[in-house]
Ligand binder design. Structure first.
Ligand code: SF4
Length: 133
């Protein structure tokens, strides 16, 4: 089994962490959606599935800013997501994520506001390694 896991979307690295951290606390919304589709081997436990909107865009003509923004379910997603390419940032030791709305981020609120942001970054973790019943 892999000890470190990299998640890619449209050819971009969007999350990279130890397998334990990634499954316990997936921070990139795309990773959250992927993990929400993993079956839970327990008949009485259910995991809330995150269904992505729309289709996968063409890698030849990717969306501006964060390439995941047309399909993202993060509650703080806003116009800044379509304008700013999120840098891959170390959100916790060894846990790298490309998302300007998952704190902490080096993309300041001033920079986000200039790009049209209306929603402050906030921690959003709808899926975890343990399923909800
Ligand atoms: S940067 Fe914005 S669109 Fe991209 S994953 Fe984060 S919240 Fe979603």
């Amino acid at each position: 089994m892999a000890s470190r896991v990299a998640v890619m979307y449209l050819g971009r690295l969007v999350e990279f962490a130890s397998a334990g951290d990634l499954y316990r606390e997936p921070l990139m919304p795309y990773t959250q959606a992927l993990l929400s589709a993993v079956p839970v081997p327990d008949p009485v436990t259910k995991r809330q599935r995150i269904v992505l909107a729309g289709d996968v865009p063409s890698p030849a003509n990717p969306p501006s800013g964060c390439v995941f923004h047309p399909r993202c379910h993060h509650p703080a997603r806003d116009a800044a997501c379509a304008a700013i390419v999120p840098p891959l940032e170390e959100k916790a030791p060894g846990h790298w994520v490309a998302c300007i709305k998952q704190p902490p981020t080096g993309v300041s609120w001033d920079t986000q506001r200039e790009a049209g942001a209306t929603k402050q970054p906030e921690r959003h973790l709808p899926v975890s390694g343990s399923a909800v019943s």
